[in-house]
Design a protein around this ligand. Sequence first.
Ligand SMILES: NC(=O)c1ccc[n+]([C@@H]2O[C@H](COP(=O)([O-])OP(=O)(O)OC[C@H]3O[C@@H](n4cnc5c(N)ncnc54)[C@H](OP(=O)(O)O)[C@@H]3O)[C@@H](O)[C@H]2O)c1
Length: 338
Amino acid sequence: MNSLHYTLQAGEQRFALRTAQRDLPALAANQVLIKVGAASLNYRDWLVLHGLRDTRSGLTPLSDAAGTVLAVGSAVTQWQAGDRVSPAFFADWHDGSFKPQHMASALGGANRDGVLAQHIIADAASLVAVPDHLSLEEAATLPCAGVTAWHALFERGALQGGETVLVQGTGGVAMLALQLASAAGARVIVTSSSDEKLSRARKLGAWQTINYRERENWDEVALEMTDGAGVDHILELGGPTTYTRSLNAIGYGGRIAQIGVLSGFDAAPHITPMQFKNASINGICVGSVKHYERLNAFLTKHRIHPVIDRQFAFDDAEAAYTTLAGASHFGKLVISTN
Ligand SMILES: NC(=O)c1ccc[n+]([C@@H]2O[C@H](COP(=O)([O-])OP(=O)(O)OC[C@H]3O[C@@H](n4cnc5c(N)ncnc54)[C@H](OP(=O)(O)O)[C@@H]3O)[C@@H](O)[C@H]2O)c1
Protein backbone atom coordinates (compact mmCIF):
# COMPACT_ATOMS: atom_id res chain seq x y z
CA MET A 1 0.00 0.00 0.00
CA ASN A 2 1.34 3.43 -0.99
CA SER A 3 1.05 6.26 1.54
CA LEU A 4 2.39 9.77 2.22
CA HIS A 5 4.54 10.55 5.26
CA TYR A 6 6.92 13.23 6.48
CA THR A 7 10.62 12.60 7.05
CA LEU A 8 13.40 14.64 8.62
CA GLN A 9 16.36 15.26 6.36
CA ALA A 10 19.71 16.47 7.74
CA GLY A 11 20.28 20.16 6.96
CA GLU A 12 22.77 22.85 7.97
CA GLN A 13 20.96 24.57 10.86
CA ARG A 14 18.42 21.90 11.61
CA PHE A 15 16.67 18.94 10.03
CA ALA A 16 14.29 19.75 7.17
CA LEU A 17 10.74 18.42 6.90
CA ARG A 18 10.03 16.63 3.63
CA THR A 19 7.10 14.61 2.38
CA ALA A 20 7.62 11.29 0.61
CA GLN A 21 5.59 8.33 -0.59
CA ARG A 22 6.36 4.99 1.01
CA ASP A 23 5.26 1.45 0.42
CA LEU A 24 3.86 0.01 3.64
CA PRO A 25 4.97 -3.59 4.25
CA ALA A 26 2.55 -6.46 4.84
CA LEU A 27 1.35 -6.65 8.45
CA ALA A 28 3.13 -8.98 10.86
CA ALA A 29 0.85 -11.20 12.94
CA ASN A 30 0.77 -8.80 15.93
CA GLN A 31 0.47 -5.54 13.96
CA VAL A 32 -2.31 -3.13 13.08
CA LEU A 33 -2.63 -0.79 10.09
CA ILE A 34 -4.03 2.61 11.09
CA LYS A 35 -5.34 5.49 9.00
CA VAL A 36 -4.08 8.48 10.97
CA GLY A 37 -6.79 11.07 11.63
CA ALA A 38 -4.68 13.58 13.51
CA ALA A 39 -1.26 14.06 15.11
CA SER A 40 -0.13 16.59 17.69
CA LEU A 41 3.11 18.38 18.46
CA ASN A 42 5.07 18.45 21.68
CA TYR A 43 8.05 20.58 22.66
CA ARG A 44 10.14 17.42 22.22
CA ASP A 45 9.37 17.49 18.50
CA TRP A 46 11.03 20.89 18.22
CA LEU A 47 14.08 19.43 20.01
CA VAL A 48 14.12 16.48 17.58
CA LEU A 49 13.82 18.83 14.56
CA HIS A 50 16.86 20.74 15.80
CA GLY A 51 18.92 17.62 16.42
CA LEU A 52 18.91 18.19 20.18
CA ARG A 53 17.19 14.87 20.97
CA ASP A 54 17.24 11.42 19.35
CA THR A 55 17.20 12.47 15.68
CA ARG A 56 18.31 10.74 12.52
CA SER A 57 17.98 11.56 8.86
CA GLY A 58 14.99 9.77 7.37
CA LEU A 59 13.04 9.64 10.64
CA THR A 60 9.27 10.07 10.48
CA PRO A 61 8.68 12.63 13.26
CA LEU A 62 6.03 13.07 16.01
CA SER A 63 4.93 10.63 18.68
CA ASP A 64 1.26 11.50 19.14
CA ALA A 65 -1.64 10.44 16.94
CA ALA A 66 -5.09 8.95 16.82
CA GLY A 67 -6.75 7.18 13.93
CA THR A 68 -8.92 4.38 12.64
CA VAL A 69 -7.95 0.73 12.24
CA LEU A 70 -7.97 -0.39 8.58
CA ALA A 71 -6.62 -3.94 8.98
CA VAL A 72 -5.13 -6.24 11.61
CA GLY A 73 -2.51 -9.02 11.58
CA SER A 74 -3.48 -12.67 11.86
CA ALA A 75 -2.85 -12.90 15.65
CA VAL A 76 -4.61 -9.66 16.65
CA THR A 77 -7.83 -10.31 18.55
CA GLN A 78 -8.41 -7.10 20.52
CA TRP A 79 -8.79 -4.70 17.54
CA GLN A 80 -10.79 -4.76 14.34
CA ALA A 81 -11.30 -2.56 11.29
CA GLY A 82 -13.17 0.62 12.22
CA ASP A 83 -11.90 0.84 15.82
CA ARG A 84 -10.61 4.27 16.86
CA VAL A 85 -7.18 3.88 18.48
CA SER A 86 -4.13 5.82 19.61
CA PRO A 87 -0.56 4.48 19.96
CA ALA A 88 1.23 4.93 23.29
CA PHE A 89 4.40 7.08 23.28
CA PHE A 90 6.57 4.09 24.29
CA ALA A 91 5.46 1.21 22.06
CA ASP A 92 7.12 -1.38 24.34
CA TRP A 93 6.27 0.00 27.82
CA HIS A 94 2.99 -1.75 28.44
CA ASP A 95 2.81 -1.90 32.25
CA GLY A 96 4.97 -2.10 35.37
CA SER A 97 8.17 -0.18 35.96
CA PHE A 98 10.21 1.57 33.29
CA LYS A 99 13.15 -0.46 31.93
CA PRO A 100 16.17 0.66 29.86
CA GLN A 101 14.89 -1.09 26.73
CA HIS A 102 11.61 0.86 26.82
CA MET A 103 13.38 4.14 26.00
CA ALA A 104 14.32 2.97 22.49
CA SER A 105 10.65 2.32 21.71
CA ALA A 106 9.70 6.04 21.85
CA LEU A 107 7.83 6.92 18.65
CA GLY A 108 9.32 9.71 16.55
CA GLY A 109 12.74 9.28 18.19
CA ALA A 110 15.94 7.87 16.73
CA ASN A 111 14.90 4.22 16.85
CA ARG A 112 11.21 4.24 15.93
CA ASP A 113 9.50 6.08 13.15
CA GLY A 114 6.76 8.39 14.33
CA VAL A 115 3.23 9.23 13.29
CA LEU A 116 3.31 12.25 10.95
CA ALA A 117 1.94 10.13 8.14
CA GLN A 118 -1.31 9.22 6.42
CA HIS A 119 -0.95 5.63 7.60
CA ILE A 120 1.12 3.92 10.29
CA ILE A 121 1.69 0.34 11.39
CA ALA A 122 1.71 -0.25 15.16
CA ASP A 123 1.98 -3.21 17.52
CA ALA A 124 -1.50 -4.17 18.73
CA ALA A 125 -0.31 -4.16 22.36
CA SER A 126 0.83 -0.53 22.11
CA LEU A 127 -2.64 0.81 21.26
CA VAL A 128 -5.40 2.22 23.44
CA ALA A 129 -9.03 2.81 22.49
CA VAL A 130 -10.03 6.43 21.86
CA PRO A 131 -12.76 7.49 24.32
CA ASP A 132 -16.16 7.90 22.64
CA HIS A 133 -16.56 11.52 23.71
CA LEU A 134 -13.30 12.62 22.03
CA SER A 135 -12.63 13.51 18.41
CA LEU A 136 -9.50 12.02 16.81
CA GLU A 137 -7.96 15.51 16.99
CA GLU A 138 -8.59 15.67 20.75
CA ALA A 139 -7.31 12.13 21.31
CA ALA A 140 -4.13 12.94 19.36
CA THR A 141 -3.16 15.44 22.09
CA LEU A 142 -2.84 12.74 24.76
CA PRO A 143 -0.02 10.16 24.25
CA CYS A 144 2.83 12.41 25.43
CA ALA A 145 1.41 15.52 27.15
CA GLY A 146 -1.70 13.87 28.62
CA VAL A 147 0.01 10.70 29.84
CA THR A 148 2.88 12.74 31.33
CA ALA A 149 0.46 14.94 33.29
CA TRP A 150 -1.52 11.88 34.42
CA HIS A 151 1.61 9.92 35.45
CA ALA A 152 2.99 12.91 37.40
CA LEU A 153 -0.21 13.81 39.23
CA PHE A 154 -1.93 10.50 39.87
CA GLU A 155 0.40 7.53 39.37
CA ARG A 156 3.42 8.99 41.17
CA GLY A 157 1.93 12.06 42.81
CA ALA A 158 -1.11 10.28 44.35
CA LEU A 159 -2.99 13.58 44.06
CA GLN A 160 -5.88 14.05 46.50
CA GLY A 161 -8.85 16.41 46.25
CA GLY A 162 -8.23 19.69 48.09
CA GLU A 163 -4.47 19.62 47.48
CA THR A 164 -2.69 22.40 45.61
CA VAL A 165 -0.91 22.01 42.26
CA LEU A 166 1.30 24.47 40.38
CA VAL A 167 1.94 24.21 36.65
CA GLN A 168 4.42 26.34 34.70
CA GLY A 169 3.28 27.98 31.46
CA THR A 170 0.19 27.22 29.41
CA GLY A 171 1.50 24.62 26.95
CA GLY A 172 0.33 21.07 26.38
CA VAL A 173 1.44 19.33 29.58
CA ALA A 174 0.46 22.27 31.79
CA MET A 175 -3.09 22.71 30.45
CA LEU A 176 -3.85 18.98 30.48
CA ALA A 177 -2.57 18.88 34.07
CA LEU A 178 -4.82 21.84 34.92
CA GLN A 179 -7.86 20.03 33.53
CA LEU A 180 -7.04 16.71 35.23
CA ALA A 181 -6.16 18.17 38.62
CA SER A 182 -9.20 20.49 38.67
CA ALA A 183 -11.48 17.56 37.86
CA ALA A 184 -9.97 15.69 40.83
CA GLY A 185 -10.88 18.59 43.13
CA ALA A 186 -7.38 20.06 43.45
CA ARG A 187 -6.70 23.81 43.48
CA VAL A 188 -4.41 24.69 40.59
CA ILE A 189 -2.03 27.65 40.31
CA VAL A 190 -0.96 28.47 36.74
CA THR A 191 2.05 30.63 35.87
CA SER A 192 2.38 32.25 32.46
CA SER A 193 4.17 35.01 30.57
CA SER A 194 0.80 36.27 29.30
CA ASP A 195 -2.21 37.80 31.09
CA GLU A 196 -4.42 36.80 28.19
CA LYS A 197 -3.39 33.16 28.58
CA LEU A 198 -3.90 33.38 32.34
CA SER A 199 -7.42 34.62 31.76
CA ARG A 200 -8.06 31.54 29.57
CA ALA A 201 -6.53 29.34 32.28
CA ARG A 202 -8.98 30.76 34.86
CA LYS A 203 -11.88 29.93 32.54
CA LEU A 204 -10.48 26.39 32.32
CA GLY A 205 -10.55 26.06 36.12
CA ALA A 206 -7.35 27.61 37.48
CA TRP A 207 -7.73 28.59 41.16
CA GLN A 208 -4.97 31.24 41.08
CA THR A 209 -2.72 32.65 38.37
CA ILE A 210 0.68 34.38 38.35
CA ASN A 211 2.32 36.27 35.49
CA TYR A 212 5.94 35.14 35.88
CA ARG A 213 7.23 37.98 33.69
CA GLU A 214 5.65 40.62 35.94
CA ARG A 215 6.27 38.72 39.17
CA GLU A 216 9.60 36.95 38.81
CA ASN A 217 9.35 35.87 42.46
CA TRP A 218 6.38 33.63 41.62
CA ASP A 219 7.58 31.17 44.29
CA GLU A 220 6.99 33.76 47.03
CA VAL A 221 3.59 34.58 45.51
CA ALA A 222 2.68 30.87 45.54
CA LEU A 223 3.74 30.63 49.20
CA GLU A 224 1.45 33.59 50.01
CA MET A 225 -1.42 31.98 48.08
CA THR A 226 -1.05 28.82 50.17
CA ASP A 227 -0.82 30.76 53.46
CA GLY A 228 2.87 29.91 53.77
CA ALA A 229 2.33 26.15 53.58
CA GLY A 230 3.73 25.77 50.08
CA VAL A 231 2.33 23.89 47.10
CA ASP A 232 1.60 20.14 47.35
CA HIS A 233 2.50 19.27 43.72
CA ILE A 234 4.63 21.22 41.27
CA LEU A 235 5.02 20.17 37.65
CA GLU A 236 8.57 21.36 36.95
CA LEU A 237 8.56 22.26 33.26
CA GLY A 238 11.00 25.17 33.06
CA GLY A 239 14.31 23.60 34.09
CA PRO A 240 17.32 25.76 35.02
CA THR A 241 15.36 29.05 35.19
CA THR A 242 12.55 27.69 37.39
CA TYR A 243 14.03 24.95 39.56
CA THR A 244 15.28 26.97 42.50
CA ARG A 245 11.89 28.70 42.78
CA SER A 246 10.08 25.34 42.59
CA LEU A 247 12.21 24.08 45.49
CA ASN A 248 11.25 27.18 47.47
CA ALA A 249 7.54 26.95 46.63
CA ILE A 250 7.11 23.21 47.31
CA GLY A 251 5.27 22.44 50.53
CA TYR A 252 6.03 20.07 53.41
CA GLY A 253 5.66 16.51 52.12
CA GLY A 254 5.18 17.99 48.64
CA ARG A 255 6.10 16.39 45.32
CA ILE A 256 7.94 17.99 42.43
CA ALA A 257 7.43 16.16 39.16
CA GLN A 258 10.66 16.60 37.14
CA ILE A 259 9.36 16.83 33.59
CA GLY A 260 10.54 19.75 31.52
CA VAL A 261 13.57 21.31 29.92
CA LEU A 262 12.06 24.51 28.49
CA SER A 263 15.09 26.58 29.52
CA GLY A 264 17.68 23.81 29.04
CA PHE A 265 18.84 20.41 30.25
CA ASP A 266 21.35 21.43 32.90
CA ALA A 267 19.33 22.34 35.99
CA ALA A 268 21.65 21.97 38.99
CA PRO A 269 19.57 23.17 41.95
CA HIS A 270 20.53 23.10 45.60
CA ILE A 271 18.27 20.27 46.81
CA THR A 272 19.23 19.94 50.47
CA PRO A 273 16.17 21.96 51.65
CA MET A 274 13.97 19.14 50.29
CA GLN A 275 14.99 16.97 53.26
CA PHE A 276 13.81 19.55 55.80
CA LYS A 277 10.37 19.50 54.15
CA ASN A 278 10.21 15.72 53.71
CA ALA A 279 9.51 16.58 50.07
CA SER A 280 10.35 14.51 47.01
CA ILE A 281 11.27 14.84 43.35
CA ASN A 282 9.71 12.29 41.00
CA GLY A 283 11.42 11.93 37.63
CA ILE A 284 8.71 11.47 35.01
CA CYS A 285 9.26 10.12 31.49
CA VAL A 286 5.83 10.07 29.79
CA GLY A 287 4.20 6.77 30.84
CA SER A 288 3.05 3.26 29.95
CA VAL A 289 0.14 1.88 27.94
CA LYS A 290 -1.63 1.15 31.25
CA HIS A 291 -1.15 4.78 32.37
CA TYR A 292 -2.69 5.88 29.06
CA GLU A 293 -5.69 3.58 29.59
CA ARG A 294 -6.25 4.93 33.11
CA LEU A 295 -5.94 8.51 31.80
CA ASN A 296 -8.64 7.76 29.22
CA ALA A 297 -10.94 6.25 31.86
CA PHE A 298 -10.57 9.45 33.92
CA LEU A 299 -11.20 11.69 30.89
CA THR A 300 -14.31 9.66 30.10
CA LYS A 301 -15.62 9.79 33.68
CA HIS A 302 -15.19 13.57 33.85
CA ARG A 303 -16.07 14.28 30.20
CA ILE A 304 -12.83 16.25 29.76
CA HIS A 305 -11.98 17.62 26.31
CA PRO A 306 -8.29 18.56 25.84
CA VAL A 307 -7.73 22.14 24.67
CA ILE A 308 -6.67 22.49 21.03
CA ASP A 309 -5.30 25.93 20.26
CA ARG A 310 -4.91 25.51 16.50
CA GLN A 311 -5.35 22.84 13.87
CA PHE A 312 -3.17 22.64 10.78
CA ALA A 313 -3.67 20.76 7.51
CA PHE A 314 -1.32 17.82 6.79
CA ASP A 315 0.36 19.88 4.03
CA ASP A 316 1.01 22.66 6.53
CA ALA A 317 3.09 20.73 9.10
CA GLU A 318 5.96 23.22 8.82
CA ALA A 319 3.64 26.00 10.06
CA ALA A 320 2.68 23.88 13.07
CA TYR A 321 6.37 23.57 14.04
CA THR A 322 6.87 27.33 13.59
CA THR A 323 3.87 28.05 15.80
CA LEU A 324 5.18 25.69 18.50
CA ALA A 325 8.55 27.48 18.43
CA GLY A 326 6.78 30.85 18.80
CA ALA A 327 5.16 29.64 22.05
CA SER A 328 2.02 31.69 21.42
CA HIS A 329 -0.17 28.60 21.81
CA PHE A 330 -2.43 27.71 24.72
CA GLY A 331 -2.79 23.95 25.11
CA LYS A 332 -2.10 21.84 22.05
CA LEU A 333 -1.28 22.20 18.35
CA VAL A 334 -2.75 19.53 16.10
CA ILE A 335 -2.12 18.45 12.51
CA SER A 336 -5.19 16.97 10.87
CA THR A 337 -4.44 14.17 8.43
CA ASN A 338 -7.87 13.93 6.82
N1 LIG B 1 9.50 14.20 30.92
C1 LIG B 1 8.56 13.93 30.03
O1 LIG B 1 8.12 12.81 29.88
C2 LIG B 1 7.98 15.05 29.24
C3 LIG B 1 6.77 14.88 28.56
C4 LIG B 1 6.20 15.97 27.91
C5 LIG B 1 6.87 17.18 27.92
N2 LIG B 1 8.06 17.30 28.54
C6 LIG B 1 8.74 18.59 28.62
O2 LIG B 1 7.88 19.47 29.32
C7 LIG B 1 8.04 20.79 28.81
C8 LIG B 1 6.70 21.29 28.33
O3 LIG B 1 6.34 20.54 27.18
P1 LIG B 1 5.06 20.92 26.31
O4 LIG B 1 5.06 20.03 25.14
O5 LIG B 1 3.88 21.01 27.18
O6 LIG B 1 5.50 22.38 25.84
P2 LIG B 1 4.70 23.48 25.05
O7 LIG B 1 3.33 23.04 24.74
O8 LIG B 1 5.57 23.92 23.91
O9 LIG B 1 4.59 24.65 26.13
C9 LIG B 1 5.49 25.69 26.19
C10 LIG B 1 4.94 26.79 27.11
O10 LIG B 1 5.66 26.77 28.34
C11 LIG B 1 5.84 28.10 28.81
N3 LIG B 1 7.27 28.35 28.99
C12 LIG B 1 8.23 28.46 28.06
N4 LIG B 1 9.42 28.69 28.63
C13 LIG B 1 9.20 28.71 29.97
C14 LIG B 1 10.03 28.90 31.11
N5 LIG B 1 11.34 29.11 31.00
N6 LIG B 1 9.44 28.87 32.32
C15 LIG B 1 8.14 28.65 32.46
N7 LIG B 1 7.29 28.46 31.42
C16 LIG B 1 7.84 28.49 30.20
C17 LIG B 1 5.22 29.02 27.79
O11 LIG B 1 3.89 29.29 28.25
P3 LIG B 1 3.42 30.79 28.60
O12 LIG B 1 3.48 31.55 27.31
O13 LIG B 1 2.06 30.63 29.15
O14 LIG B 1 4.39 31.33 29.60
C18 LIG B 1 5.18 28.16 26.54
O15 LIG B 1 4.14 28.52 25.68
C19 LIG B 1 9.10 20.69 27.71
O16 LIG B 1 10.37 20.98 28.26
C20 LIG B 1 9.04 19.24 27.29
O17 LIG B 1 10.25 18.80 26.73
C21 LIG B 1 8.64 16.26 29.19
